[in-house]
Design a binder for this molecule. Structure first.
Ligand code: DAH
Length: 346
């Protein structure tokens, strides 16, 4: 290698590089040029290696030339690289533009079940009056479901509440009333609880019956609790649920765990008491059972009935949901058909 040849060689390399750079359309192509030039096996590197063959006094000058060229080339490549990168970015931006005016894909959002809507509303209503929410087992001991509710074995009231027996002592609870016992046995008066939940009966499915349904129990135990407190509480509940002008009507009834017992009707919210198809012309709709807690039940649950008294009520949630939303067939509530369920979005 001659010293004089180096300058020409650099010029040659520069020529080729400029040509190639002009043709390069991507940063990747540019990278390849860089490697071919400045990499370990690159042209300029080869030139640097060849310096060993030069006369010692020529080497510094040659080295300086090559290094200068190397820096210059690197600079040129860099400049071209940023130019190409900018263009690539611009193209990418153009291609990845989102058309915000396009209609979005409809992501299905669930809706709360009408039973849960009603349940939440009742929970709101009663917690607002100072009640505590208590939940308990659906697989319940016969002892709580029946015995402590003053329904001993062979009592005729068991007929109306036939259920699924796990064994002689364990049943699927037929009502939320056993929660009264659980509340009294786990708390000291004053007690104010509501107990929403699922209950079971050996009923055939039809438009108004289901073997699985929902209730909400209410229980208040304190000194001097009387029927007027029950009435006031349920009137407040009726107003809260259906608005002003809605009140309650008590009709004498019988439940083994309350004495006296009552069926409670609410003013028909559809006709405000005038009488219509929904209330069958009576102006009233039956929605719950209630009464003063039977002193026997208080005693069985460890509460001194000479000091304390209480009231209790049991609300059927299906009935309220059906009236509220105009649902004519109870089966619709359990079939899980989205066309039905999606109507209850708030
Ligand atoms: N447990 C009763 C039923 O399922 C409803 C009921 C009536 C609950 C009167 C009560 C009550 O707490 O006082 O038919």
């Amino acid at each position: 290698m001659r010293f004089m040849g180096i300058k020409e060689r650099i010029a040659e390399i520069r020529e080729t590089m400029t040509q190639e750079m002009r043709e390069a359309t991507s940063t990747q192509a540019l990278d390849e040029i860089r490697v071919r030039l400045l990499g370990k096996k690159g042209d300029l590197t080869a030139l640097l290696r060849g310096m060993g063959q030069l006369a010692p006094e020529e080497r510094p000058k040659a080295g300086a030339m090559i290094n200068e060229a190397r820096e210059k080339f690197a600079e040129m490549l860099e400049a071209k690289a940023s130019e190409l990168k900018a263009r690539e970015q611009e193209i990418a931006l153009q291609q990845e533009t989102i058309d915000v005016t396009q209609p979005v894909k409809n992501v299905p959002i669930g809706a709360a079940h009408p039973i849960n809507l009603v349940m939440n509303e009742l929970v709101d209503c009663f917690t607002g009056m100072g009640f505590e929410v208590l939940e308990g087992p659906e697989v319940e001991l016969d002892h709580y479901n029946f015995e402590l509710m003053n329904i001993p074995k062979n009592h005729p009231a068991r007929d109306a509440q036939d259920t699924f027996y796990v064994d002689d002592n364990i049943v699927l609870r037929t009502h939320t009333s056993p929660m009264q016992a659980r509340a009294m046995l786990s708390r000291k008066p004053p007690i104010r609880v509501i107990c929403p939940g699922r209950v079971y009966r050996a009923d055939e499915v039809d438009a108004t019956h289901s073997p699985v349904f929902h209730q909400m129990e209410g229980l208040v135990v304190d000194k001097d609790v009387n029927m007027a407190d029950l009435r006031g509480t349920l009137n407040a509940f009726a107003r809260r649920l259906y608005g002003e002008g809605i009140t309650t009507r008590f009709r004498p009834s019988f439940f083994p765990f309350t004495e006296p017992s009552t069926e409670v009707d609410l003013t028909c919210s559809a006709c405000h008491g005038k009488g219509c198809r929904i209330c069958k012309g009576t102006g009233w709709i039956e929605v719950l059972g209630a009464g003063m807690v039977n002193p026997r039940v208080l005693e069985m649950c460890g509460i001194d009935s000479s000091v304390y008294s209480g009231f209790a009520f049991g609300i059927g949630l299906e009935r309220i949901a059906m009236l509220r939303y105009g649902i004519s067939d109870m089966r619709l509530l359990y079939e899980g058909d989205v066309r039905f369920l999606s109507q209850f979005r708030k």
